[in-house]
Design a protein around this ligand. Structure first.
Ligand code: SF4
Ligand code: SF4
Length: 437
């Protein structure tokens, strides 16, 4: 401003001319700075108040970090992403004990150590969902603090409380809940919560057990899983128990960022400048009990696109939200099971057919471990492979679903996926190798 005024004065001859031009120039400068301030307000990261904390609505999930050719984490790029996040108001970073064979915690801790400890929120998780012979929360927790180079965690989660792990988390022998509640009292954990891929009945069982000791719950949620994975029911259940929702898989592992050409065109017709990922994120931003939306970003471009989305005050209209749910129905190509359960009474194998069909619909949309993990909770004689193909179910099904064919196909898909127990063994070996390094 000083330079501009001096230039102006040196180019002006009469005193009157100087006065009016100075006034004019000052008025312009004031307007310019007001516009810049308004732009800044408009482009600022959206924040959410959670208890005493001011959280960015977008959180950086560190489970799919960029990799170098040798498959090691590309630390230079992660640093670039963290720096970009921090300079644009993103202050929440979510890692976990097993991510990247235990190296995500180390890398995130190292990169974040360049910033003052109270300028970011660090979240990690206890791996009680992994199959093991015994569980020692103290040993893991102390190791995590060391790996991340911190003295406390802002947010700490019991990792994936679901049908198979709820027994571990509630087992008095391991004392997991008591141990972490104690750490919270000691100030080594600020907020204690859990993540979950459980079905609604198991989720409620744990909420009852927790009895108000959980500050938040992280679930898989997006406009597709609102119906495909009972997301709506889980969201409403958490609302009923006054537990704020943290969202993972906000773009379903990238699947909702890479829609088909036809689906993308439909979205572009509504909002020509919006990315498909932004639609999914904006849809979540419209749910009032969602306090944190995580995105597992794998490069700086994704980070920039997400930061832009969360910095614009441009919510979806009710029509747009409904349009997305409609689009999701078309995407699923799902078997139209209404869960009426007519078929289950006559099944000689006692299979929970609607539950299996729900898993089949899910895994057909995007094959992943979540469904396989959920099915691990079932005994062998209740898996789709137990179907004897008698057809009694199909004869009674009002939707005329070819259930035996679905069970056969489901079994074939499952046999191609790695077994959860094998993955846990690999993770335990990776953790052991890290200790040796
Ligand atoms: S076809 Fe399979 S699922 Fe259907 S009733 Fe027979 S055993 Fe049960
Ligand atoms: S009868 Fe058909 S619609 Fe009803 S639960 Fe069974 S498969 Fe689903």
């Amino acid at each position: 401003m000083k330079v501009r005024l001096i230039t102006l004065l040196s180019n002006t001859t009469s005193v009157q001319g100087i006065e009016s031009r100075v006034q004019y120039q000052i008025r312009n400068l004031v307007i310019e700075s007001e516009i810049r301030l308004a732009e800044k307000r408009y482009m600022a990261m959206q924040m959410n108040q959670f208890k005493d904390e001011n959280l960015s609505r977008l959180g950086f999930g560190a489970m799919r970090l960029p990799l170098k050719e040798n498959k090691e984490i590309d630390e230079a790029q992660v640093k670039e992403m963290v720096d970009y996040a921090m300079s644009h108001g993103v202050n929440y970073f979510d890692t976990a004990y097993p991510y990247h064979d235990g190296k995500s915690e180390i890398v995130m801790g190292k990169i974040l150590s360049a910033y003052p400890r109270d300028s970011y929120y660090l979240a990690t998780k206890y791996p009680g969902h992994q199959v093991a012979n015994s569980y020692n929360p103290e040993e893991i927790f102390e190791e995590q603090l060391k790996k991340c180079g911190v003295e406390y965690f802002d947010f700490y989660l019991l990792h994936n409380v679901y049908e198979n792990s709820i027994g571990v988390y509630t087992d008095k022998r391991w004392g997991i809940m008591d141990y972490f509640v104690k750490q919270k009292e000691l100030g080594r954990i600020k907020y204690l919560g859990f993540s979950s891929h459980a079905r609604p009945d198991c989720l409620e069982e744990f909420l009852k057990y927790a009895d108000g000791r959980m500050d938040f719950c992280q679930i898989q949620l997006n406009y597709l899983d609102w119906t495909l994975q009972d997301g709506k029911e889980k969201y409403e259940l958490l609302e009923k128990y006054n537990v704020p929702v943290w969202v993972m898989e906000s773009v379903r592992g990238g699947r909702l960022a890479n829609l088909s050409k036809e689906e993308t065109e439909k979205l572009l017709a509504h909002r020509p400048n919006e990315s498909t990922a932004a639609w999914s994120l904006r849809w979540l931003m419209g749910l009032p009990n969602v306090k944190m939306i995580l995105s597992g970003m794998s490069d700086t471009e994704q980070m920039k696109d997400n930061v832009k989305t969360f910095s614009e005050g441009d919510p979806l209209s009710e029509e747009e939200r409904a349009f997305l749910l409609e689009l999701a129905e078309g995407m699923k190509g799902a078997l139209p099971c209404t869960a009426c359960r007519y078929c289950t009474k006559g099944c000689p194998m006692g299979l929970d057919i609607p539950r299996l069909i729900s898993g089949y619909n899910d895994i057909r949309f995007s094959p992943g471990l979540t469904v396989a993990m959920q099915l691990d909770a079932l005994p062998d004689d209740k898996l789709p492979s137990a179907c004897i193909g008698c057809g009694a179910c199909s004869r009674i099904c009002p939707q005329k679903i070819d259930i035996p064919a679905a069970m056969k196909d489901f079994t074939a898909i499952l046999t191609k996926l790695p077994k959860w127990a094998d993955i846990c063994r690999q993770r335990a070996a990776a953790a052991k190798a890290l200790h040796k390094d």
